[in-house]
Unconditional design. Structure first.
Length: 469
RNA sequence: GGUGGAAUGGCCGAGAGGCGAGGCAAGGGACUGCAAAUCCCUCUACACGGGUUCAAAUCCCGUUUCCACCUCCA
């Protein structure tokens, strides 16, 4: 079995993943700033790293996965004013929106999901330590800054030179030793929430949160730090600066997912081109949206279009349909198994597109096996496909996606009714009364029920493509 | 100005020196009473200009276009 190789933004190369502790993996992922409902770009990040996590677990690593919630920042405070609601109510509202979206797309809950406001003590301790070590200073205005020029490693992740950066727009240079010094702690403004500190009342800067929480849950050093590409600078640079200045080894590897684009441009609220998860879930199911978001390589831009999403969903339904038919024929759900191709693809920096090519091949083999009544072939293909889908978080048999079809009495009744009607159609066909049989089929289609005539007799299913939008 | 990324057939999307990933669409065929589903076959590529090499989509040099980060961003 090949070993897992992953990209590292720091070295800009793909290399073998060697955990700090054999058999264990620790990941910190920058989660949401809960100031608005999630768009699909946010959730793509969640899906990408969920696939990484599932693959690590499947590969035998005892995995600790942290994804934080930033529940205090400028935008949340602005939103609170705008919505005439307490800031903490705003934060919780959108945190739940994110949780709902993650759940709908079968993104597993992290091992721990710390909120920034629950770790103020740790942040204050970290800031105190940075001051003590001579890396941070409190100039007396209530702010605390990190002195970036004292750190040799500053900007190594983004490979920039500090003097090449564009001048900061709103830098308050009266208190900073250098324009590029960034706030670890911000003095409270009138009306803002605050916490007492030795330097005055205030609230945390954005970057310190992640350093403090990563340290709390994963220790001084850990295997992988993840996030969106746009976090490299300044957020991740500043996390590194704070953590290394505090004497932590911090992250050994950095993984960044690319974003979802629309018309070639990054999806963002300011451009007005963001697509909310709840909107898209009106036209496709969660499992289909996940399949779409997970299908591109995590480091590639994913150009969104309604047509691409629909195409992807249709493709997924073909796979799902095969698994359902296979389980009907075999009389039980296929046992998940991993094909060598799939393992090799996933081990190569999570090459999902290649893995999908392998699934297509298995699908072809499986469908042929159905035609040939080759149950061993059906079972083999179905197992490999299900094993792959499980890792991708798109297993149709996963209880998360199950719609309770088996147990639902209404569905049982519907099944009985449709089968009764199909029996009439079969009878009509047997007596070559095709006008009658077609009338029944057309009638069912009009009701959103599609019919497949298989070697084992007619099958019916609710057509997914009907009734959307 | 600095730092990254991208350009592949009608569309989406991999690959990264040598048998043209895969999917969708299109055309043909098998199956079917007709469909649907499924299977088989076919077709269309590597932004541009140079160079290295027996061999380049892939490496090197240059050019163009686009995107992103440098302010909050997944």
């Amino acid at each position: 079995m090949s070993s897992l190789k992953l990209y590292d933004t720091l070295s800009r190369t793909v290399s073998e993943f060697i955990p700090l502790q054999p058999g264990k993996a620790s990941i910190y992922l920058c989660g949401a700033t809960v100031q608005a409902p999630p768009h699909i770009g946010h959730i793509r990040s969640g899906v990408n790293f969920d696939i990484l996590r599932r693959w690590l677990v499947k590969s035998g690593f005892d995995t600790t996965f942290i994804r934080n919630v930033t529940d205090i920042d400028d935008k949340i405070l602005h939103k609170a004013v705008h919505e005439q609601s307490p800031w903490w109510a705003v934060a919780l509202k959108y945190e739940r929106a994110f949780t709902d979206a993650y759940t709908a797309l079968n993104v597993l809950p992290p091992t721990y999901e710390p909120r920034a406001t629950g770790h103020i003590t740790q942040m204050i301790d970290l800031i105190a330590s940075l001051i003590e070590r001579g890396h941070a200073y409190a100039p007396g205005n209530g702010d605390v800054y990190l002195e970036v020029r004292k750190l040799d490693s500053y900007l190594t992740l983004s490979n920039q030179n500090i003097d090449d950066l564009l001048p900061a727009q709103d830098a308050d240079e009266t208190y900073k030793r250098d324009v590029r010094d960034f706030a670890l702690w911000k003095a409270a403004k009138a009306g803002d929430p605050f916490w007492p500190t030795p330097w005055g009342n205030g609230r945390p800067g954005w970057h310190i949160e992640c350093s403090a929480m990563a340290h709390t849950y994963l220790g001084a050093e850990f295997d992988i730090h993840g996030g969106g590409l746009d976090l490299i600078f300044p957020h991740h640079e500043n996390e590194i600066a704070q953590s290394e200045a505090a004497g932590y080894g911090f992250a050994k590897r950095w993984l960044h997912n690319a974003w979802v684009t629309a018309s070639g441009e990054k999806m963002s609220k300011s451009l007005g081109n963001s697509l909310q998860v709840t909107e898209l879930l009106k036209s496709v199911r969660g499992i289909e949206l996940r399949w779409y978001l997970g299908s591109a390589h995590y480091r590639s831009m994913l150009e969104f279009s309604p047509a691409a999403l629909e195409e992807s969903a249709v493709g997924f339904r073909r796979i799902e349909n095969f698994l359902l038919r296979a389980s009907e024929i075999l009389g039980s759900q296929p046992e998940p198994a991993l094909s060598a191709d799939f393992v090799a693809a996933m081990n190569e920096d999570l090459a999902v597109p290649q893995a999908l090519a392998g699934i297509s091949e298995q699908l072809r083999l499986g469908n042929s096996a159905i035609t040939e009544n080759n149950n061993a072939g059906i079972a083999s293909a179905a197992s490999f496909i299900r094993g792959a889908l499980e890792v991708l978080g798109c297993d149709p048999f996963d209880p998360t996606f199950a719609n309770g079809a088996q147990s639902d009495s209404l569905t049982c009744a519907l099944d009985g009714v449709v089968n009764l009607v199909l029996a009439q159609r079969t009878a009509a066909r047997d007596r070559k009364d095709f006008a009658a049989s077609d009338q029944i089929r057309d009638g069912l289609i009009a009701l959103g029920i599609s019919i497949e005539d298989t070697a084992q007799g007619p099958r019916w299913s609710i057509s997914r493509s009907e009734g959307s939008n």
